[in-house]
Design a protein around this ligand. Structure first.
Ligand SMILES: NC(=O)c1ccc[n+]([C@@H]2O[C@H](COP(=O)([O-])OP(=O)(O)OC[C@H]3O[C@@H](n4cnc5c(N)ncnc54)[C@H](OP(=O)(O)O)[C@@H]3O)[C@@H](O)[C@H]2O)c1
Length: 231
């Protein structure tokens, strides 16, 4: 059975990834900070005939990552890692950017996907044509940067994009494909009610892109509709 690990799985796009992967027959490990309070995820787990299990995972907590890795079967495999957890500090304006917001943004959006991927490589290498999907954002595109707002988020997603390039270079030869995906502007807590896309459409698109990925197409930046974005 194909196996996946999804971070930030309790709401928004992460929850929808879990829903669609389950529907497609995958075995899913759903990481979130507080599984006991993740009601929608627990409901999904309850109806999954044991194919979805939740695990406590604050992606910025190195001990939590170690614990997760130590709990994996030593000779097990992972076919898909979805680095989805993300944080956006809203309302940032030039003159009032805070050091702690920059640090948190980098920790969640950029450092965590790199560190989690690094730790999971032995399991990914045993996976079938394993893929690492890093949910990035168009706001992290340097080529498209036009304004200052959401600067810590944009900087951190640009750093994530660099991590994707570096990881793809390192892992492509081991058969692991790493790519950055922009989900579109989606109606979630982060995207807000004015966003044009439903999570269902965005994730359906991203999983379709995933199906086209090979190590040769790794290290690239795609939108949910399959178009390629400039770095
Ligand atoms: N929605 C959009 O329009 C849009 C556009 C471009 C990119 N994205 C990207 O898409 C991804 C998912 O976003 P979303 O729209 O689903 O946002 P969301 O509804 O705000 O969900 C964010 C998820 O990330 C989790 N998270 C935050 N910090 C975490 C941490 N330290 N450890 C573990 N999980 C953590 C949250 O968990 P808690 O509930 O515990 O906070 C939540 O599950 C993010 O990477 C985001 O940057 C979204």
């Amino acid at each position: 059975m194909r196996t996946a690990l999804v971070t930030g799985a309790n709401r928004g796009l992460g929850l929808e990834f879990c829903r669609q992967l389950l529907a497609a027959g995958w075995q899913v490990t759903a990481g979130c900070r507080e599984p006991a309070r993740a009601d929608a995820l627990q409901a999904l787990a309850d109806g999954s005939s044991g194919r979805l299990r939740t695990t406590a995972l604050d992606v910025t907590d190195a001990t939590a990552i170690d614990t997760l890795i130590r709990a994996l079967p030593a000779s097990g495999h992972l076919d898909l890692l979805v680095n989805n957890a993300g944080v956006l500090v809203s309302g940032e304006r030039f003159g009032s950017v805070r050091a702690e917001d920059l640090a948190r943004s980098f920790a969640v959006n950029a450092s965590a996907p790199l560190l989690l991927t690094q730790g999971l490589v032995p399991w990914l290498q045993r996976g079938h044509a394993a893929k690492v999907l890093c949910v990035s954002s168009q706001l992290g595109s340097i080529a498209q940067a036009r304004e200052f707002r959401t600067v810590s988020y944009a900087m951190a997603k640009a750093a994530l994009n660099m991590a994707v390039r570096r990881l793809a270079a390192e892992l492509g030869g081991r058969g692991i494909t790493v790519a950055a995906l922009h989900p579109g502007w989606v109606r979630t807590d982060m995207g807000g009610t004015g966003a044009p896309l439903r999570a269902e459409e965005s994730v359906r698109g991203m999983l379709a892109v995933l199906g086209t990925l090979t190590p040769a197409r790794g290290g690239r930046f795609f939108a949910y509709d399959g178009s390629e974005l400039p770095w």
